[in-house]
Design a protein around this ligand. Sequence first.
Ligand SMILES: Nc1ncnc2c1ncn2[C@@H]1O[C@H](COP(=O)(O)OP(=O)(O)OP(=O)(O)O)[C@@H](O)[C@H]1O
Ligand SMILES: [Mg+2]
Length: 597
Amino acid sequence: MHMLKVYGRVLGLLRPEWRRCALMLACSLAIAAIGFLDPVLFGRVVDLLSRSASLPPEQLWPEAASLLGLWAVVGLAGIGAGMAVALVADRMAHRARMREMSRFFSHALSLPAAFHGKVHSGALMRILTSGTDTLFHLWLGFFRDQFVGFLSVLVLLPLTMLLNWRLSLALIALVLLFGALTAFVIGRTQALQKGAEQCHLKLAASAQDAFANIAVVQAFTRLAAERRSFAALQGAALAQQFPVLNWWAVISILTRSASTLAVLSIVVLGTVLHLRGQASVGEIVSFMGFAAMLIGRLEGLVWFASKLFAHVPVLDEFFAVLDAHSAVPEAPRAAPLHAVAGRVVFDEVGFAYPNGPAILAGVSFTAEPGRVVALVGATGAGKSTAMTLLQRGWDPVGGRISIDGQDLRAVTLESLRGAIGVVFQDSLLFNRSIRENLLVGKPSGTQAELEQACRLAEAHDFILRQPQGYDTLVGERGGTLSGGQKQRLAIARALLKNPPILILDEATSALDAATEAKVTRALKALMAGRTTFVIAHRLSTVRDADEILVFDAGRIAERGGFDALVAQGGVFAALVASQMPAAAEPVVVPFPAARAA
Ligand SMILES: Nc1ncnc2c1ncn2[C@@H]1O[C@H](COP(=O)(O)OP(=O)(O)OP(=O)(O)O)[C@@H](O)[C@H]1O
Ligand SMILES: [Mg+2]
């Protein structure tokens, strides 16, 4: 059964702590045995008392003392074992939760864009927190209650057969009834519970989405609408959850009734057997004790089953993330990339997103070391996608990409990405200080290096004007900075990284003309000696690129130098004309030609 498989996997996560687990299982075993001994000793005491009138005191007292002494020792041992379990189990569960959290966190971070495009970050957060919380409670519950519960039912129950098999049949019938009822309810409500969890994931994603886009929510007066759609999701979650709760309420009533019936039948059966001389009063008392213990354990197990059942969908999501594979796995014998020169070759590269249309087809070009290659073309033509492939965000579906003769699929991801600096189309910043955001480019960077990069990127002055200078927090995704400021930080970050290959995806699009001119001068310094890809809609920006690739619907329609392309009178010439219709000579902020290394 799926639920048991998931539970097995949950417990299997404790393998690194197997020594402690073994200790706790031993303690639990002792607790279970004591739970069994308790009613046996009680029955003995009752039997002794019923014989007390016919026993001489010198025989009665020693027998009573040894029984009571044993009972006391057993009780104390139970307390000791219980304490040991509580102490060790809590610590271990806390440690293991942190361990699984880290594993999940680093695994999710390593998953490709394909995964993160599908799973909303809000849902991912919920899976992380509720998944690890669930693990924590299941581990703790296992050592505190469930293991003893399983033992009592599976091992000790058959042992009652040895005491009085007729009476133990009543207990076995009770266990079977509990099991059947639980299985029935689980079967009835599984789909509903999964649906409820899906609603919770959507709730988390929707809340996170609204928080992340708070400006849109407020500017478009979406408050009421967002609240309504949130409430609708909540309604859907409850609509799925309530029937499940009803079923479990029915179960708890039925199991209660079954327990009462079982106790009654032991009394009746016991009386009949006693009258026939097939059971002593002590045995009946012992069985009453067994019944009470078993009923307690069984009710605990049914409760546990209902909890586990409610959590299985959360765990399914949790394990699904852990099991998700990277779409760009590293080859088993991947070698570090030796990108000294930075010669980039696209050879008949084709690409499509999974189950999507072709985005790139037959894209071939060579970027010689130190050259500037510009990618231009209509929006959605595939320029950013081509550069994502160069960073191996995805693998091409056809053709190959190589750097200095090494196929990207044969090199380690870390070395590949270490060799490429990117200024993204959206300047992505962490909700950390400016300094920390810059150090992402070079963790060992000194303050002098930071400042130098920021001066080149025309960012130093505005940083100093921030309340805490370099230590100013930039807010979520850099929310407290202007678009141009974010872009300049992104450029400074790439400058610090100092990679042999550079990708500038609309790197200066958010800057005013004067600042762009200054930043462009800085980029000149940055581009010198490295292979640079410039994506730009403002064609003036690519005036002096060594080669311009004109993308049109995923293909390279034209290629060449700026002037040659304009003279050609094709797609590029039309683009240029549309941007600078009035100017006979285009007004350009020239990109200084980069020199080969
Ligand atoms: N993660 C994704 N999943 C599916 N399709 C995508 C994804 N990212 C981009 N696309 C699609 O791929 C096509 C090319 O997108 P791309 O971002 O490469 O265009 P672009 O040339 O950089 O455009 P722009 O100039 O607007 O930045 C678009 O049709 C886009 O919808
Ligand atoms: Mg783009």
